[in-house]
Design a protein around this ligand. Structure first.
Ligand SMILES: *Cc1c(COP(=O)(O)O)cnc(C)c1O
Length: 359
């Protein structure tokens, strides 16, 4: 029996994608082999990766002057790749809205002068700072954000005013969850294990003029975006099977109606949960309402023992992985694209019952 999996990542994937992959496991469309066993230079695989790129371009309406790269190393690898490829002046502005932004900032400091221009650390990252008029150094090579904060459950509702500087965004936990205007960014990247596919694959969407040979000295060949762009993500063996699953998820999103439909679906789910949290006497959300994420919903009872009891009883009832991040405590429900509405409705029913019994 499948459970409602509220994990922050790796996370739920659409059941029909998993079923299709299972059906094709032993013999992918008459090739007599699994995609796992296939040469990445084969005709069959070439079609898989090309189609995946075509579909994500269509979904996100990615302009022709942006490259789409399928990389490995997780989102964390890009924490280094970003400064290595972009720090021409060895300076960059970082907005610190949580652990992932902080990790990226600390990594960038190894390579140059990373400046924290705003932070929400003062209130445990429970809000997004005002980014309308930041003190961004003139010669900063880019402004960096983590657009949806997986751990703390905040999301930028408006992008920062970068004052003409290139915007770089880690979108790992909001990838393909709603429409996006790609032209506002220089680089959009994310690990796929939150909303798109199996861990290990990173998708990077990069404006072409930012892909150059002018990288920091010592940049490994593999981390140079130009290497990957010149070779259509096939410089070496890519994470073939993972990309294949991503491709299936792109098709699933298209079938569901694209990113507008995803947004409506995600808003509907999030509203069910937030409305309950706002009315509950026992549970309460931890994030400033205006900055709430549609994907990650942290909440607490205010009593650690009761939190633990809730997590345990919820798991026994088939709602798993609701424990909050180890640095925050409490609970967190991650409700990515693949989480069905019923999953959230049933969770809220369960929470109501728990409240009645423990309130
Ligand atoms: C999960 C996550 C990461 C880390 O991804 P890895 O693939 O494990 O390196 C980075 N940024 C954000 C926003 C995340 O949610």
């Amino acid at each position: 029996m499948r459970v409602y999996n509220f994990s922050a990542g790796p996370a739920m994937l659409p059941e029909e994608v998993l079923q299709e992959a299972a059906d094709e496991m032993l013999d992918y469309r008459g090739t007599g082999m699994s995609v796992m066993e296939m040469s990445h230079r084969s005709k069959a695989y070439d079609a898989i990766i090309k189609e995946a790129e075509k579909d994500i371009r269509e979904l996100m309406n990615i302009p022709d002057n942006y490259k789409v790269l399928f990389l490995q190393g997780g989102a964390s690898q890009q924490f280094a790749a970003v400064p290595m490829n972009l720090m021409k002046n060895k300076k960059a502005a970082y907005i610190i809205t949580g652990q992932w932004a902080k990790k990226a900032y600390q990594e960038a400091k190894i390579y140059g002068d990373a400046v924290a221009v705003a932070s929400s650390a003062d209130k445990t990252f429970s809000y997004i700072p005002d980014c309308s008029d930041l003190d961004i150094p003139e010669d900063a090579d880019y402004v960096y954000i983590c657009e949806n904060n997986t751990i703390y459950g905040t999301k930028y509702k408006t992008l920062p005013n970068t004052k003409g500087h290139t915007l770089v965004a880690d979108v790992s936990s909001c990838f393909l969850s709603e429409p996006v205007d790609v032209t506002k960014y220089g680089v959009i990247y994310g690990g796929v294990q939150k909303n798109i596919g199996p861990a290990g694959v990173v998708i990077a969407i990069i404006r072409e003029d930012l892909i150059t040979d002018d990288v920091l000295p010592g940049t490994p060949t593999m981390l140079k975006w130009k290497t990957q762009a010149d070779n259509d993500s096939l410089y070496n063996t890519p994470p073939c099977y993972g990309i294949y699953i991503c491709g299936k998820v792109f098709k699933w999103i298209k079938k569901m109606g694209g990113l507008e439909a995803m947004k409506a679906h995600n808003e509907k789910k999030a509203k069910i949960l937030y409305d309950f949290l706002d009315s509950s006497k026992l549970f309460k959300g931890t994030v400033e309402p205006k900055d709430r994420s549609l994907m990650n919903v942290p909440f607490v009872t205010g009593n650690e023992e009761l939190d633990a009891k809730f997590v345990k009883e919820a798991a026994a009832a088939g709602f798993v992985n609701l424990k909050g991040h180890r640095t925050v405590g409490g609970m967190r429900a991650s409700i990515y694209n693949a989480m069905p509405i019923e999953g959230v409705e049933k969770l809220v029913e369960f929470m109501k019952k728990f409240e009645a019994e423990n309130g």
